[in-house]
Design a protein around this ligand. Structure first.
Ligand SMILES: Nc1ncnc2c1ncn2[C@@H]1O[C@H](COP(=O)(O)OP(=O)(O)O)[C@@H](O)[C@H]1O
Ligand SMILES: [Mg+2]
Length: 372
């Protein structure tokens, strides 16, 4: 019998997407193939403490997991070294070696969205620890998280996108007049203002005039020191899932029909007012062009494992614009990423196994030989 691989599913985290991560992790834990994998759950609290959790997965979305994990931390029965209390990221380095009757981790599945999870930081930690992990490496994660940088790569790759400007937080205090002038001269109103590094629409606003632009800039500056201002694109919002390493494949394309003025945080997670259409009702030519751009974006950033690439299709002209790439997209059972693959014939559970295999493949592929 083939020995089961030991997978650590890491969830929560300090980012604004902490809660979404817990829901994504619950779905993954409910669907991962237990015949192939032993699983350890590692939760990161909002304060940044790392805890091993060994209780029902249903208690992840409710938040009850934390108190249970804290009580287990002292029991000494945790499946990893020391105790259930990893305390901080260093705990995972220790877990990498395991020993003392504890099973070493074969693959980490970071089910973390946003800063500290999707931005290359945990990926860097896992690189140092020598543990294979699901998804993009350090560079692709960091580039995908930083919208302003991803745009530079998209431009180089020749993928069409809207006009944009980038400012630093400090310039808001010293050069506000000039910022307003630049926005009005080259983008006009309405425009979209967002933190360069963020997600879940946190800090994103549509600014219809000068007064709102100033408010929007200040709001975005709360979340990041770099602020992006974009021309407004009156488009339908479509998303494409990409899976693979060096030879990635694209799923069909799905459309998000937002319930509010744009696909904001309320719409994404609170009101539940948006809906999805898979496949999107678009000409086949448009769908194929989007799939091609999605794979090119994935390769241009040197992504691995998975990414979801989001686009706008202009309502009047039909022109396609890339919006952003998400290297650790929402993974709840009703999220677009797994739903797009389900439509293409890959079940949720198969998708998880595939991502784990890709993680191991990538780990081998990234090995370096320093011998002389
Ligand atoms: N330039 C734009 N034109 C029109 N709508 C936009 C633009 N940029 C963002 N939006 C709207 O705001 C939402 C969130 O912006 P996005 O850049 O996708 O950030 P996030 O990473 O938070 O998802 C999008 O899904 C879309 O509804
Ligand atoms: Mg988005």
């Amino acid at each position: 019998m083939v020995e089961k691989k030991h997978i650590a599913v890491v969830f929560g985290g300090k980012s604004s997407e902490h809660e979404v991560s817990r829901v994504s992790a619950q779905s993954i834990l409910q669907n991962i193939d237990r015949n192939k994998y032993d699983v350890t759950m590692i939760g990161i609290t909002r304060e940044g403490r790392w805890l091993i959790y060994d209780g029902p997965v249903e208690k992840l979305p409710t938040g009850e997991w934390q108190a249970i994990a804290e009580s287990q931390a002292d029991s000494g029965n945790a499946p990893l070294p020391s105790s259930g209390y990893l305390g901080n990221p260093a705990g995972i380095l220790e877990a990498a070696g395991a020993g003392q009757g504890k099973k070493k981790i074969d693959v980490v599945f970071p089910v973390l969205h946003g800063c500290n999870g999707e931005d290359g930081t945990i990926q860097g930690l896992l690189e140092l620890a020598g543990i294979p992990y699901v998804g993009c490496g350090v560079l692709a994660s960091a580039l995908g998280m930083d919208k302003a940088y991803a745009k530079i790569i998209f431009e180089k790759e020749g993928i069409p996108q809207g006009k944009y400007l980038v400012f630093n937080r400090k310039q808001l205090n010293t050069n506000l007049e000039s910022i307003i002038e630049q926005v009005e001269n080259s983008l006009g109103y309405p425009c979209f203002v967002k933190p360069s590094n963020a997600g879940s629409s946190v800090g994103v606003s549509k600014a219809p005039n000068r007064e709102k632009l100033v408010e929007a800039l200040k709001l975005a500056a709360r979340y990041d020191r770099r602020i992006l201002v974009e021309e407004f694109i009156d488009g339908r919002e479509v998303e494409c899932a990409v899976l693979g390493n060096d030879e990635p494949v694209a799923s069909t394309v799905g459309e998000i029909i937002a319930g509010s003025e744009f696909y904001d945080y309320q719409d994404k997670y609170v009101n539940d007012s948006s809906r999805t259409e898979i496949p999107a009702n678009l000409p086949e030519e448009t769908i194929n062009q989007i799939r091609d751009y999605a794979v090119r974006a994935f390769k241009a950033l040197d992504c691995a494992g998975l990414s979801r690439v989001d686009f706008f299709v202009h309502r009047k002209t039909g022109k396609i614009y890339i919006n952003e790439i998400n290297t650790l997209p929402g993974f709840t059972s009703i999220s677009m990423y797994p739903k797009l693959w389900a439509k293409s014939g890959i079940s949720y559970s198969e998708l998880i196994s595939r991502l784990i295999e890709l993680a191991l493949e990538r780990f081998e592929d990234c090995k370096r030989d320093y011998s002389i």
